[in-house]
Design a protein around this ligand. Structure first.
Ligand SMILES: *[C@@H]1O[C@H](CO)[C@@H](O)[C@H](O)[C@H]1NC(C)=O
Ligand SMILES: *[C@@H]1O[C@H](CO)[C@@H](O)[C@H](O)[C@H]1NC(C)=O
Ligand SMILES: *[C@@H]1O[C@H](CO)[C@@H](O)[C@H](O)[C@H]1NC(C)=O
Ligand SMILES: *[C@@H]1O[C@H](CO)[C@@H](O)[C@H](O)[C@H]1NC(C)=O
Ligand SMILES: *[C@@H]1O[C@H](CO)[C@@H](O)[C@H](O)[C@H]1NC(C)=O
Ligand SMILES: *[C@@H]1O[C@H](CO)[C@@H](O)[C@H](O)[C@H]1NC(C)=O
Ligand SMILES: *[C@@H]1O[C@H](CO)[C@@H](O)[C@H](O)[C@H]1NC(C)=O
Ligand SMILES: *[C@@H]1O[C@H](CO)[C@@H](O)[C@H](O)[C@H]1NC(C)=O
Ligand SMILES: *[C@@H]1O[C@H](CO)[C@@H](O)[C@H](O)[C@H]1NC(C)=O
Length: 431
């Protein structure tokens, strides 16, 4: 349990498991994928997120409950009825709350949205239970209106937004024009012509400069060389083009890596090499986040930056590579689950570095996107074996089926992240 999970170098990867790539490519990009579908969905087909029913998954086709209407006045969507708090007053902490039953169900299905990456397409892959669709995040102190793609696009008119971090976005989005992708489809950009809005995902799992010797399937051919005090140019070079960013560190820092500062090796994490001193992950994570946030706060380019906290996985009775699984079908209630040490460590570092950076902002907006706890409460939202198409067909029991208890089913719990993002965007600080 205390052992760091996902801490993989090649030696630990059983060569017969080709599917392992998913564990090294983490979930940040999911929110983007979700947005992408939603735009695909909203700009091409319909605005109101009415879902289709099909025989296997009878989903209610009634419109979603409108908690409150967010309205637009010019470019600034402010309305006191829906936006509880405004600047100056005590802000509602939308991240403190609970998962409550919501009969509305998913806002899209594997049928209405054809761009779900297959590892997350639990619906299509045959996951039998569907209870996990029927929950919504409910903050204690305020209502959380559902993400409204039309409002979001209006808000983002003539703006540019980027999701920066690790990502697994490899979908084709046809309606929004894809204007760029790298060779592996890990960094991508779409353009929403109707609103002159561009949306990017930039793959930079460490945020800082790193040499990664790993193929697309996650097979490593050498220890990562990670510079803790130099940023990755892949996002820094574009930084001044963005009005909004969502940035996050995360689970890649658990991996074996040789750490550099000032272009000099300072040690290594998990290398077990006699001539390299062990450097703890805490140090590296803190240093890399500091380098990143420091750059943002000191930059002359003013940006609105969300900083997302770590999201726990839910492997039980084993880890990803030792038979761990996640077959729960309902969320945890408060008090039913404690955070694991590694998540606590990473989160504490994130909160401290965020607070330091926040105090140093000068013109930019820095906001915490605190997904740790609400993710912790959703052991039911992972693909488990249903990362593959009908994985149990012809198999007896769970043996030899690779479980994914780290990424999230789509539709699934992280659809609520968009509600949260929208909510933070429209109230409180602005650039
Ligand atoms: C929200 O706006 C729609 C029209 O845009 C209107 O039909 C509906 O009554 C409004 N709901 C509330 C709660 O104001
Ligand atoms: C919001 O309500 C306050 C009073 O409660 C009022 O002073 C303010 O002008 C309102 N703002 C908008 C944008 O309606
Ligand atoms: C909310 O916005 C509508 C129009 O956009 C306005 O008529 C109404 O007074 C606003 N409510 C508050 C409390 O500001
Ligand atoms: C959606 O999932 C259902 C099973 O839940 C399946 O029957 C259907 O073929 C899937 N649709 C698509 C377009 O993949
Ligand atoms: C689109 O937005 C950019 C800023 O992101 C602006 O420079 C450009 O003039 C806009 N184009 C149009 C046609 O509005
Ligand atoms: C980095 O290296 C330069 C010389 O190469 C040295 O002057 C500087 O003090 C070093 N900085 C740190 C933090 O070690
Ligand atoms: C550590 O030893 C290896 C050979 O065992 C050598 O290639 C490497 O350069 C050494 N690293 C340092 C920092 O001395
Ligand atoms: C989850 O799997 C374990 C081991 O196969 C089993 O004992 C348990 O009953 C399962 N729980 C659910 C909710 O299916
Ligand atoms: C804040 O930014 C302004 C201009 O962007 C600059 O003139 C000022 O020196 C900055 N303040 C600090 C404390 O860096």
């Amino acid at each position: 349990m205390k052992k760091m999970k996902l801490d993989m170098n090649n030696n630990q990867i059983p060569s017969n498991l080709k599917q392992n790539q998913m564990f090294v490519k983490i979930a940040i990009g999911l929110i983007l994928m979700w947005l992408a579908y939603h735009f695909y969905f909203s700009s091409s087909i319909q605005i109101s997120p009415v879902v289709e029913a099909d025989d296997d998954h009878r989903l209610p086709s009634s419109p979603p409950p409108v908690v409150a209407n967010l309205t637009l006045s010019g470019e600034i969507p402010v309305n006191n009825t829906s936006i509880h708090e405004d600047e100056g007053s005590m802000e509602c902490d939308v991240f403190t709350g609970e998962w409550v039953r919501d009969p509305t169900g998913p806002r899209y299905t594997n049928r209405s949205c054809n761009t779900i990456e297959h590892h997350q397409n639990c619906m299509k892959n045959g996951r039998p239970d569907s209870d996990y669709f029927y929950w919504r995040w409910s903050p204690v102190d305020c209502d959380l209106p559902a993400f409204d793609p039309k409002l979001f696009l209006e808000f983002m008119r003539k703006k540019s937004m980027a999701f920066i971090g690790d990502s697994i976005t490899r979908n084709h989005v046809e309606e929004a024009v894809e204007v760029y992708h790298d060779d592996e489809y890990r960094s991508r950009r779409w353009f929403f012509g109707s609103h002159n809005f561009s949306l990017s995902v930039i793959w930079s799992p460490f945020l800082t400069k790193a040499k990664i010797f790993e193929d697309n399937d996650g097979h490593s051919s050498g220890a990562i060389e990670l510079h803790l005090d130099e940023l990755n140019s892949v996002w820094v070079d574009e930084f001044s083009n963005f009005d909004y960013i969502m940035i996050a560190g995360g689970k890649w820092f658990l991996k074996t890596a040789v750490y550099y500062e000032n272009n000099t090796i300072i040690g290594c994490h998990n290398c077990n090499k006699a001539n390299l001193s062990e450097v703890v992950l805490d140090y590296a994570y803190r240093k890399a986040l500091h380098t990143t946030l420091d750059f943002i706060t000191r930059s002359n380019h003013k940006v609105y930056a969300f900083f997302r906290t770590t999201t726990p996985d839910h492997f039980e009775n084993g880890e990803w590579n030792t038979g761990g699984y996640c077959n729960r079908t309902v969320p945890f209630k408060d008090g039913e689950i404690d955070m694991r040490d590694i998540d606590t460590i990473m989160r504490d570092i994130e909160l401290e570095e965020f607070a330091n950076a926040k105090a140093a902002t000068n013109g930019s907006v820095l906001r915490l996107f605190d997904t740790t706890r609400l993710s912790l409460l959703r052991p039911d939202g992972h693909p488990g074996p249903y990362r593959a198409f009908h994985p149990l067909d012809g198999k007896i029991g769970n043996a030899e089926v690779q479980n994914d208890c780290l990424h999230w089913c789509l539709p699934g719990p992280i659809d609520s992240w968009n509600d949260l993002m929208m909510n933070l965007l429209v109230r409180g600080e602005r650039i």
